[in-house]
Design a protein around this ligand. Structure first.
Ligand code: NDP
Ligand code: GDR
Length: 360
């Protein structure tokens, strides 16, 4: 179904979710604009297939994305881009999104993820667009951190456990505050972990699927991981971007939890990923001594490295997507956990066959 001409602006368009959302909105007939930041090397691999279409704009006008240089830490760029594009919808996906890294760069994480959200909301207000422009804020299950209720729903109290979680808590509340203060259509999508073949290579799922593919191809000896016991509610990113759009089409501005309602451990994800490349693992030892051993050869393929532990960990997350199911008609189980692992491993087996790179 295509929509009447609408303009969308995506911050974080070069990221995993930004790239899927751009495709989704282009398919719906939106004019799509994205904010990219200057980088010393190319950071547009995930959207190349969309913006290279610019070269054939006459033939493929609808598949072309418009890119603008800007940064969440630079108000002037946000104001200028919003003024130029006059968006009907803004999707604020830009963030320093790595939880572990946020302990190393806490101040920058706050600038990009917390104050950055404020800058965006203020830019819309300064330009007098608060009645025209709807805003989606990428909130996160990391808000629940040390969980106060199982499963977590929209009413569950927050208890973030990292500078990232705390910065996103500010983003959540400032979005809600601007909605209540200025009548803006500004909503929070509280999304639980979602992964894909486009997931950044330092997040645990992609690190595992790439390693399984490389080990099977003889390009890597071992996979080093941190907390194998961590439990996550993992969904497929391609399915989740639809909810972002649905939230902005809903008649009321409201916040929604998006999750599968199913939980798995890092250990289980690892086992399944290796099984997809024909390696059956058995586990031996406990804590930092734990190892994943190839049942067929006796080789140690997985080891725990405390370097990957976090100063404060989020041990368990499990979302309740009932509200999104009921009010948005969203189906949380489009892609199952098993399918997700399979999609990622199959992609990485192909990827490894064509890219001979160093290990992660
Ligand atoms: P990624 O890390 O893949 O992408 C983050 C994007 O933000 C990239 O485009 C990055 O640009 C951009 N960015 C980072 N800092 C800035 C800045 N200062 N100014 C402008 N752009 C910036 O994240 P995901 O796609 O996985 O996630 C999208 C959003 O959803 C994030 O806000 C994340 O925190 C949140 N989220 C993600 C979940 C998940 O499981 N994936 C779950 C819940 C929430 P560059 O490419 O140049 O680095
Ligand atoms: P998370 O994702 O912190 O949940 O944040 P990540 O994949 O980084 O970690 C998930 C769990 O796995 C454990 N873990 C490891 N993590 C990484 N990255 N590397 C390892 O080697 C490793 N070993 C074990 C972690 O300790 C953790 O418990 C993601 C991000 O996308 C956020 O932006 C988003 O808000 C949340 O998901 C929901």
């Amino acid at each position: 179904m295509s929509v009447a001409h609408k303009v969308a602006l995506i911050t974080g368009v070069t990221g995993q979710d930004g790239s899927y959302l751009a495709e989704f909105l282009l398919d719906k007939g939106y004019e799509v604009h994205g904010i990219i930041r200057r980088s010393s090397s190319f950071n547009t691999a995930r959207i190349e297939h969309l913006y290279f279409d610019e070269w054939v704009r006459d033939m493929k006008r609808n598949r072309s994305i418009n890119l603008h240089y800007g940064d969440m830490t630079d108000s002037s760029s946000l104001i200028r881009i919003i003024q130029t594009t006059q968006p009907d919808e803004i999707y604020n996906l830009a963030a320093q999104s790595h939880v572990k890294v946020s302990f190393d760069v806490p101040e920058y994480t706050a600038e990009a993820d917390a104050t950055g959200t404020l800058r965006l909301l203020e830019a819309v207000r300064i330009l007098g667009l608060e009645r025209k422009t709807k805003i989606y804020q990428a909130s996160t299950s990391e808000l629940y951190g040390l969980v106060q209720e199982i499963p977590q729903r929209e009413t569950t109290p927050f208890y973030p456990r990292s500078p990232y979680g705390v910065a996103k808590l500010y983003g959540y509340w400032i979005t809600k505050n601007y909605r209540e203060s200025y009548g803006m259509f500004a909503v929070n999508g509280i999304l639980f972990n979602h992964e894909s073949e486009r997931r950044g290579e330092t997040f645990v799922t992609r690190k595992i699927t790439l390693a399984a593919a490389r080990i099977a191809a003889g390009q890597q000896d071992k996979l080093y991981l941190g907390n194998l016991d961590a439990l996550r509610d993992w969904g497929y990113a391609r399915d989740y971007v639809e909810c972002m759009w649905l939230m902005l089409q809903h008649d009321q501005p409201e916040d929604f939890v998006i999750a599968t309602g199913e939980q798995h451990s890092v250990r289980e994800f690892t086992e399944r990923a290796f099984a997809h490349v024909g390696i059956e693992l058995r586990w031996q030892g406990k804590g930092v001594q734990e190892q994943g051993i190839d049942k067929a050869t006796g080789r140690v393929l997985v080891e725990v490295d405390p370097k990957y532990f976090r100063p404060a960990e989020v041990e368990t997350l499990l979302g309740d997507p009932t509200k999104a199911k009921t009010l948005l008609g969203w189906n949380p189980q489009k892609t199952s956990f098993e399918e997700l692992v399979r999609i990622m491993v199959e992609h990485d087996v192909q990827y490894v066959a064509t890219h001979r790179e160093g290990r992660l």
